[in-house]
Ligand binder design. Structure first.
Ligand code: ZN
Length: 230
């Protein structure tokens, strides 16, 4: 470590983003104890798994996986909330790079043509300052050696709270919120659609339906986490 970096770390200690207590080693986002508790899932090794099961009978997908299984108050969940709500963008980049380097060697993901993040409405993105799915997707794509396309799938409408609507009404409403940019050619492509967390799967389902309105699109889905919401 250079003396200047040492001084910087004294002024701004690199606190673990999962337990928020212990200092993380230089260049790491978690302390050693949290690292050992944060096990990356094996979901990407199986074409059908508990992630893809969420979409059975809803939308046809090729495969899908989540990097982490969430448990309430668990390491991975804290990590995402630091990323999503506290604006620690480097966490998303770090996770994307890490998972991308694993997927790069997985047969199921080798034929992916492009990575597409679920878009946020520009008003929401403006408020948060970034799109968390895009941050993760860009690092993931770079690590996989694939292009990340952020201008293909557009969010054209902001969706208000939908709790009083039926499932079908919610889905219709969500599907209308997304659109493929006119002139974009995605026919016959294998698209890896990326979101931050899989909870109900409604947003991913809506985006998937829009993308699959194009001929012969093969679609796979990926998130950072699956399980309890953050
Ligand atoms: Zn920790």
């Amino acid at each position: 470590m250079l003396p200047i970096e040492g001084a910087f770390e004294l002024l701004f200690p690199n606190t673990c983003n999962a337990c928020l207590e212990v200092e993380a080693p230089h260049g790491e986002i978690m302390c050693v104890a949290c690292q050992s508790k944060s096990t990356i899932s094996e979901l990407h090794q199986f074409r059908e798994n508990e992630f893809t099961r969420h979409f059975w009978g809803r939308v046809p997908i090729y495969t899908g996986a989540a990097m982490y299984r969430f448990s309430k108050g668990g390491v991975a969940q804290n990590l995402i909330s630091q990323f999503k709500y506290k604006g620690n963008i480097h966490i998303g980049t770090y996770l994307g790079k890490q998972y991308g380097s694993i997927l790069k060697n997985q047969l199921l993901y080798k034929q992916v043509d492009m990575v597409i993040p679920v878009p946020l409405h520009f008003r929401k993105e403006g408020k948060r300052g970034f799109n968390q799915s895009e941050v993760f997707a860009k690092a993931l794509a770079e690590s996989m050696g694939k292009p990340c396309e952020t201008k293909v799938l557009l969010r054209v409408r902001h969706t208000a709270t939908q709790t009083k609507k039926s499932r079908q009404e919610r889905l219709d409403n969500l599907t209308n919120a997304f659109q493929i940019k006119p002139g974009c050619k995605i026919e016959g492509k294998h698209i890896l659609l990326v979101d931050d967390v899989l909870t109900t799967g409604a947003t991913l389902e809506a985006c998937a339906l829009v993308l699959q309105s194009q001929n012969a699109v093969r679609l796979s889905l990926l998130t950072i986490g699956i399980g309890a919401s953050v």
